[in-house]
Design a protein around this ligand. Structure first.
Ligand SMILES: Cc1cc2nc3c(=O)[nH]c(=O)nc-3n(C[C@H](O)[C@H](O)[C@H](O)COP(=O)(O)OP(=O)(O)OC[C@H]3O[C@@H](n4cnc5c(N)ncnc54)[C@H](O)[C@@H]3O)c2cc1C
Length: 512
């Protein structure tokens, strides 16, 4: 081979210099990627760059949108992360924390992506999404009374796995939607803290473990896995869903709602009856959806004694396995789908939505119900789900975990507006209808503070733009009541530099 002449060398150097000077500056995404690749030791079996997606990667939008569960944020206008790390092991989480800190990027942690206001994948400043969907293993204890569940496992995967493993004799009580990220009855946790250390319950300390249960983990750390307690379930449970449009069996809807308020939080601990109020043909519809941990004969005995006005009859009661009841709560008619549908991670139908929440401590009077029915008829896109409290919920002291809404609450309200078509006008109308119903409910719900449920994320109750204590307190006392100050003190111990911050995170005290 001929060796290059001095002229060709000079020309090459000249061209290289021009090329480099014309090349655009590296993007923040590529600087972040270089940072995480550069960290040692990286895992040679699963190199982090194979799990990192910047906007230049053709899969970036697919990965981002795969776990967006509110179409309001499925668009070109919301700010996108500079990178997504779909962590496949703990070193990926540690590298993400280190480099996000180094480059002053905010971190958003996402498991199932069901945050109603999208706070696990949105930000107004440069940010990285740490996506946990690859970390989804479930390992059962020998006696099948516990399981270690990685944070990216969905509730459907947990329910299905628990029922299969235990021959339908164990269950795990949590949310209805099987696509949600894991959560619930925790007896231990593995986390990665702001310094990148992997800690368990003993090494993190009881105060942080206390905060994680109901205080919103994203303010403190990345949760790698939860150890959950499994509970025995009977071979058969009984479910029902009956409706009153105007009246049912001669009793009008309002009287049924009055009676439901009297009994729902006090009835047998094995029976849960959710009341949903909506409208149908200019009439208020009340749906009573229930589940009883036992057979239909015993359920009917209880209902005849405690709630005869509903007139529940044998043909309306359906006995099934606990695992099948998961589909019933999703309104899938019994026998029409295999239980394995709860393993689907991508929902069949995506929706635009807005949610808000409230707590009710005193029964709402008949006059109050008249006013509420009127406002629902004027705002037909809004439904209200009234979920009874009482039972085990009120036996646990409000300071035992960071979740504070215990004794004294009769029920929790979820306000829901769903819509299916894009466009600002329809979105604006549905959002203002929700706001109007929420406003009209003011006289009947908790006050000072007007309490809210963290899982029903609602940015209207306050957000922190400058990460100050004063801003954080506005939404903090609504979500956490008297536990807020203790959460602030845990936060200042475990994350004094406020690395784990987002629009509704726990603030550090002003002096920090
Ligand atoms: C269709 C739908 C149905 C729902 N049904 C119910 C229901 O039946 N009952 C109920 O109680 N709620 C329900 N919710 C609300 C839901 O429980 C909450 O939004 C819950 O936080 C979702 O968890 P996720 O992991 O899917 O969400 P994500 O959006 O991934 O996360 C929610 C919050 O948790 C943080 N987070 C996620 N993973 C981690 C982690 N590993 N470490 C630290 N922080 C983390 C996020 O940063 C964010 O702040 C529903 C929501 C939707 C959209």
């Amino acid at each position: 081979m001929k060796s290059p002449t001095i002229q060709t060398l000079i020309i090459s150097v000249f061209l290289f210099t021009i090329q480099t000077s014309l090349a655009s500056p590296p993007t923040l995404g590529s600087v972040f990627t270089q940072c995480i690749i550069g960290l040692k030791p990286s895992n040679p079996c699963s190199p982090i760059q194979n799990f990192t997606y910047t906007p230049q990667n053709p899969k970036f939008l697919i990965i981002l949108n795969n776990y967006v569960r509110n179409l309001r944020y499925f668009n070109n206008t919301t700010r996108k992360p500079i990178a997504i790390v779909a962590a496949a092991d703990v070193t990926h989480i540690q590298a993400t924390i280190t480099c996000a800190k180094k480059l002053s990027l905010q971190l958003r942690i996402r498991s199932g992506g069901h945050d109603y206001d999208g706070l696990s994948y949105l930000s107004t400043v440069d940010f990285v999404v740490l996506d946990m969907f690859n970390l989804r293993s479930i390992e059962f204890g020998r006696k099948l009374d516990t399981a270690w569940v990685q944070s990216g496992a969905t509730l459907g995967e947990i329910y299905y796995g628990v029922a299969n493993k235990s021959n339908d004799l164990r269950g795990f009580p949590a949310g209805i939607c099987p696509g949600l990220g894991a959560g619930g009855h925790f007896s231990d946790a593995k986390i990665v803290d702001a310094k990148g250390r992997v800690l368990d319950r003993t090494s993190m300390g009881e105060d942080l473990f206390w905060a994680l249960r109901g205080g919103g983990a994203a303010s403190f750390c990345v949760v790698l896995a939860w150890k959950i307690k499994l509970v025995p379930v009977p071979e058969k449970v009984t479910v029902f869903n009956v409706e009153a449009v105007g009246k049912r069996g001669g009793v009008n809807t309002k009287e049924l709602v009055v009676k439901w308020q009297e009994i729902a939080d006090k009835i047998d601990n094995s029976l849960f009856i959710r009341l949903t109020l909506s409208t149908s043909n200019k009439t208020v519809k009340a749906s009573f959806m229930g589940m009883f941990l036992g057979d239909s004969s015993r359920l009917l005995e209880i209902m005849t004694k405690e709630f005869p006005e509903l007139g529940l009859n044998k043909t309306e009661c359906i006995e099934m396995k606990w695992i099948e009841s998961v589909l019933f709560w999703l309104s899938i008619p019994p026998g029409t789908a295999p239980t394995s549908v709860m393993l689907n991670r991508i929902p069949q139908k995506q929706i635009y939505l807005k949610r808000k929440s409230d707590y009710v401590q005193k029964p709402i009077s008949r006059t109050g119900l008249d006013a509420i029915f009127k406002v629902l008829l004027e705002n037909e896109n809004v439904t209200m789900a009234w979920n009874p409290y009482g039972g085990r919920m009120s036996e646990i002291p409000s300071t035992e975990t960071a979740f504070p809404h215990r004794a004294g609450n009769k029920f929790k309200i979820q306000y829901a507006a769903n819509w299916f078509v894009p466009g600002e006008e329809v979105a604006k109308e549905c959002m203002s209808q929700t706001e109007r119903v929420f406003e009209a409910m003011t006289p009947y719900v908790s006050k000072n503070p007007r309490e809210a449920f963290l899982n029903y994320r609602d940015v209207d109750i306050g957000t922190s733009l400058n990460s100050t204590y004063e801003e954080g307190k506005v939404y903090g006392v609504k979500y956490f009541k008297n536990n807020f100050e203790r959460l602030v003190s845990v936060k200042s111990r475990v994350d004094p530099d406020n690395f784990f911050r987002y629009e509704q995170s726990i603030p550090v005290p002003s002096s920090h």
